[in-house]
Write a protein that binds this ligand. Structure first.
Ligand SMILES: Nc1ncnc2c1ncn2[C@@H]1O[C@H](COP(=O)(O)OP(=O)(O)OP(=O)(O)O)[C@@H](O)[C@H]1O
Length: 589
């Protein structure tokens, strides 16, 4: 059972749409421009279609001895017209295609960054990013040039056939063999092209996923000599993409050869049969030549049809993957900018909270705990006992299955996620630094913080000495291409960033890494100073933390086992005594 309103703040999951309908939905906003492109394309094709007729009349003129001037001028005009039309058509069509892809990418980026935590748990990030990069490109071509090529190809083909019929019906009869064969070949090959393209795209996604995983865990890979295994995994996906690409190439080549072969064969047939007709005087030589020109013109529309169908097939495959993202649940309530939290730090309460990760056994079972307002509460417990899960529920990364999470008397499920996360700041165990300067890292979530606030927070986190030591002070670059900070400094920087937002609650997952005595004291001092302004809840990994905490909650197996002060728990709880002796690290130990 979900909390009553949890469904109102999440995006509804739309039913899957048929891919073609979805594709047309992407083309719809640009329908006017696409119509213009189609008109231009058709006009270009019409200019091309008129050429053999003009040739026929020029040849007749030549044979009857009348002048050629008009025909030559007309041919030049047609040529110029068709060049101009093709050029402007290509330009407008490319621009629209770029707009389509930008729209698709904007939508995807927006959704991916707001995906619900539960969706992220289920999906590999590499597979998601290829939807923004390569899949969107395939949709772009399908929704614009693909559709246009198809319509143009079909109309052009039809018009060519009509013109051939007008020129000579018997010769058209001979040629129909071409059309039927090409049609059958396309019907057989096209679905296969779609299948291999989908396979190729899936493999490309797997390359991304495999690399993301390897690079994200680069140190583990190196330390375990896992280079060969990781390479093999990514290369296997690359080879599969290659195989799928090869299969696609084979199908394309088959279609190209078939069309060329059939056009050549019918050319011979038309020459033979048409030659006989000319010899008997049933057909003009000029008409035969015009017919042959049409025959060769057939290649254009047939290629358009093949190209259009291929890109449509590819686009539909890509769209199926993009639509998967459209159907994933996102957090819709994170973009509002709630007012800065004011008022005293709240009491934080979990009231009979039960929670299970999707498709997992119960992780928190009837957990009730209270972190007093403005104090330091430490969560302790063996690994896997549910400490991090409590933090996740407090920030509404997930919603509880039953029970309530309260800030004073306010149920967090009645607040938007933006509001909850504005009130609560979270410092992870291993805080990544963002690219940029020390100042940019500090101001990430509070760009309007004043210099005085920055200075006070630096003092509270004992980072003022570090900043003073640096030649460029707060404008020093940090991270991969700048100053490297120690684990302790990184976590204090993260606390400073969190405090600058002036949160009401600070959640801190203490680093398990060993800190020297100085850093440990600095961290404790920082936490004590933070507790002057907000309610601090921390996942404790240090003895010094639990001895100085106001209150402690001992979790075990997803339930609250005991709570109280360090001395009390030490006196009465065996598990706690064990933990204190083994897990909690003492400075300088
Ligand atoms: N995203 C997730 N999806 C599914 N199960 C999860 C997820 N995160 C944690 N779990 C499971 O929930 C249980 C509690 O995990 P949690 O991270 O809350 O424990 P913890 O007390 O913080 O452990 P540690 O001290 O090792 O960090 C574990 O059994 C874990 O396997």
């Amino acid at each position: 059972m979900k909390t009553p309103d949890s469904s109102t703040t999440q995006a509804p999951r739309p039913a899957p749409r048929p891919p073609l309908r979805a594709l047309l939905a992407h083309a719809r906003p640009h329908r006017r421009v696409l119509l213009l492109v189609l008109v231009l394309t058709l006009a270009g094709s019409a200019a091309g279609l008129a050429q053999p007729m003009v040739v026929e009349s020029a040849l007749t003129a030549l044979m009857t001895g009348t002048g050629l001037r008009d025909e030559m001028l007309l041919m030049l005009a047609l040529l110029a017209g068709s060049i101009l039309l093709t050029w402007s058509q290509a330009l407008v069509s490319e621009r629209t295609a770029e707009k389509v892809v930008l729209d698709v990418r904007r939508g995807l980026i927006h959704r991916l960054i707001r995906l619900r935590t539960g969706e992220l748990d289920k999906t590999e990030p590499g597979g998601l990013t290829t939807r923004v990069t390569s899949d969107s490109t395939l949709v772009q071509h399908a929704a614009t040039s693909g559709v246009i090529q198809l319509v143009d190809g079909a109309l052009h083909l039809l018009a060519t056939i009509v013109m051939m019929g007008i020129t000579s019906l018997p010769l058209l009869g001979i040629t129909s063999g071409v059309l039927v064969t090409v049609g059958v070949a396309m019907g057989v090959v096209m679905p296969r092209i779609r299948k291999v393209t989908t396979r190729a795209q899936t493999s490309v996604g797997e390359i991304g996923a495999a690399l993301d995983r390897s690079l994200g865990a680069a140190r583990t890979v190196k330390a375990n000599g896992g280079e060969a295994t990781e390479t093999a995994r990514a290369v296997a996906a690359a080879e599969d993409a290659y195989q799928a690409g090869l299969a696609g190439a084979r199908y394309h080549a088959t279609i190209a050869v078939l069309s060329a072969l059939v056009v050549q064969a019918s050319f011979l047939a038309v020459i033979g049969f048409g030659g006989a007709l000319v010899a008997t005087g049933t057909l003009d030589l000029a008409a035969l030549i015009a017919f042959l020109l049409y025959l060769f013109n057939l290649g254009g529309p047939v290629l358009s049809l093949v190209g259009g169908t291929t890109s449509l097939q590819q686009g539909l495959g890509a769209l199926t993957r993009i639509e998967e993202v459209e159907r994933m649940e996102i957090e819709t309530d994170v973009d509002e900018t709630p007012a800065r939290p004011v008022g005293p730090p709240p009491r934080v309460t979990l009231e009979h909270v039960t929670f299970a990760y999707p498709d997992r056994a119960t992780t928190l079972d009837d957990v009730s705990l209270t972190a007093p307002a403005g104090g330091v509460t430490a969560l302790v417990g063996p690994s896997g006992s549910g400490k991090t899960t409590v933090f996740s529920l407090l920030q509404r990364f997930y919603d509880v299955d039953s029970g309530r999470v309260l800030l004073d008397d306010t149920d967090v499920s009645t607040l938007s996620r933006a509001e909850v996360r504005r009130r609560i700041a979270y410092v992870e165990q291993d805080t990544p630094m963002l690219a940029g300067t020390l100042r940019e890292n500090l101001l990430y979530a509070a760009p309007d913080a004043t210099d005085e606030e920055v200075e006070r927070v630096l003092r509270d986190t004992l980072l003022d000495a570090l900043a003073a030591r640096l030649p460029q002070g707060l404008d020093t670059q940090v991270g991969a291409r700048g100053l490297a900070l120690s684990g302790g400094e990184r976590q204090r920087l993260a606390i400073a960033r969190a405090l600058l937002r002036r949160p009401q609650v600070l959640l801190l997952d203490e680093a398990t890494a060993h800190l020297d005595g100085l850093s440990e004291t600095a961290l404790r001092h920082t936490v004590e100073r933070a507790a002057e302004h907000c309610t601090v809840i921390l996942i404790a990994h240090r003895l010094s933390t639990v001895t100085s905490a106001d209150h402690m909650v001992l979790l075990a197996g997803g339930r609250v086992r005991d709570h109280g002060r360090h001395g009390e728990l030490l006196g009465r709880d065996e598990l706690y005594r064990d933990l204190a002796a083994t897990q909690l690290t003492a400075a300088g130990a």
